[in-house]
Ligand binder design. Structure first.
Ligand code: UGA
Ligand code: MN
Length: 421
């Protein structure tokens, strides 16, 4: 998201630089995969027979052996010190990659994600019979859209998710990954998600406490990281990934557009920052640049809702990541999957239409209703209603705080006892 107070990154590499980096990245991948394949088919040689023999033979051969060993060590040191990736034990594999440092992203957490995934509940069953006037069976061949929604407890959470669900209800072949930014599973949310009949996974993914009080905080990042981990764990290499925040507004055409994604597709997002829009600049059907009022060194200055990724493409990148860097989440994620300008597929009629809006709901603090607890029984609806609102995180009921709740009839306030006893 665009914001002037986010800290800028180091200068960016050019397209040409990046192409070099990509080549190296692929080479290092093929190099490391060749190495591991070789290791797999040829087990390490057994120790040299000399080493196993004891006594005289060992003493006689000791000097030449030491000399050879020293020479070998010297040779290894000399040749390995030319390749920093190998000397630091990276081997193009599990740690921060050469690619990351070339991008000026030193210190970024560009290594395979290692999140713990806490599932609250999930369902793979699609209980919807019809979508957009067609029976479910008509959609059987479509690739699945993995729609990742970060969410967090606040008064507007359940209304936002309800609104979003009623959009998603029209979208066939969709798995909804709802990742809640809190420690404990919200049972109310489990029930809600089950009721919609859309296949879903509900997980909790709290923001690490060290980021909680930062301004700006990395919103929705722990959630998306957990969802990415879930995708990895399930070895999903088929389908489309989309990051859909809980408060945006989605046009149904978005879903048919992103389902066509071969590698990475992009489209403008409405209501972003100063221009009221953020999105690609397209010439002759190709993305050539970006229109966004906040650049700050971002190579991919796009909103989270402005792109979709094919999972087969993403699976090629073991370093897929979304570092906790407010304002740079989209950029760093797209860099972690080796995006190149010429790979981007413009959508929404060559990026001329708005298929998603960055709407933001005005947030208010929790409502408080002062009512004696003796009236919260089944003599009226109020007990159950206020109980539900408490579960939804909307309203709390108190016996002591603030003014007594206003209960009226015929335009006049009535004592609670008159209506509720
Ligand atoms: C914009 C972008 O559209 C987001 O994708 C991006 O994560 C965010 O900026 C950012 O960089 O901070 P914005 O409307 O400003 O979005 O942010 P929110 O809608 O408040 O938060 C983004 C997502 O994270 C939402 O789905 C929200 O429910 C979730 N979130 C927010 C949390 O999980 N935890 C929080 O503490 C706050
Ligand atoms: Mn938002």
């Amino acid at each position: 998201m665009s914001s002037a107070h986010y800290q800028a990154l180091e200068p960016q590499t050019s397209d040409e630089d990046n192409e070099d980096i990509e080549r190296q990245h692929h080479q290092s991948h093929s190099r490391s995969s060749t190495t591991s394949a070789t290791n797999a088919t040829h087990p390490p040689h057994p120790p040299h027979p000399m080493v196993r023999k004891g006594g005289v033979a060992r003493r006689r051969c000791l000097l030449p052996l030491v000399a050879v060993a020293l020479l070998f060590v010297a040779f290894c040191y000399f040749s390995l010190s030319r390749d920093p990736r190998l000397t630091s034990g990276l081997g193009g594999g599990s740690e921060d990659s050469e690619e990351a440092s070339h991008h000026g992203l030193d210190g970024m957490n560009f290594r395979p994600l290692n999140e713990t995934v806490h599932i609250c509940s999930e369902s793979y069953e699609d209980r919807r019979q019809f979508m957009q006037d067609k029976p479910q069976a008509d959609y059987g061949q479509l690739p699945v859209i993995y729609f990742v929604t970060p969410t967090y407890p606040r008064r507007e959470q359940i209304p936002e998710l309800t609104r979003l669900a009623h959009t998603l209800l029209h979208v066939p072949r969709l798995h909804w990954l709802v990742a809640d930014d809190q420690e404990k599973c919200n049972g109310f949310m489990d029930t809600l998600l089950h009721r919609f009949g859309i296949p879903f996974t509900h997980m909790v993914s709290p923001m690490p406490s060290k980021f909680r009080n930062e301004k700006p905080a990395p919103r929705g990042v722990a959630n998306r990281r957990a969802a990415l981990q879930w995708i990895r764990q399930h070895n999903l290499t088929n389908g489309i990934l989309y990051f859909g925040d809980d408060d945006n507004t989605y046009d149904l055409r978005l879903f048919s557009e992103i389902r066509k994604t071969q590698r990475v597709s992009m489209f403008p997002v409405g209501l972003i920052a100063d221009y009221g829009v953020s999105g690609p600049v397209v010439r002759k059907g190709k993305v050539v640049a970006f229109l966004d009022s906040w650049v700050a060194g971002r190579r991919w200055p796009v909103d989270m809702a402005g792109f979709a990724v094919n999972l087969e493409y993403m699976a090629q990148y073991p370093y897929v990541n979304m570092p906790y860097k407010p304002g740079y989440e989209e950029d760093l994620f797209l860099r972690s999957i080796g995006l190149q300008m010429n790979l981007i597929e413009p959508r929404g009629n060559n990026c001329t239409e708005i298929l998603v809006w960055h709407t933001q709901t005005k947030s208010k603090k929790l409502g408080i209703v002062r009512l004696e607890s003796k009236y919260l029984d089944d003599r009226s609806n109020l007990g159950a209603l206020l109980h539900n609102l408490k579960l939804m995180g909307v309203t709390s009921t108190t016996e002591s705080e603030g003014r007594d709740a206003l209960i009226s009839k015929n335009g006049r306030e009535k004592p609670h006892s008159r209506i509720l006893s």
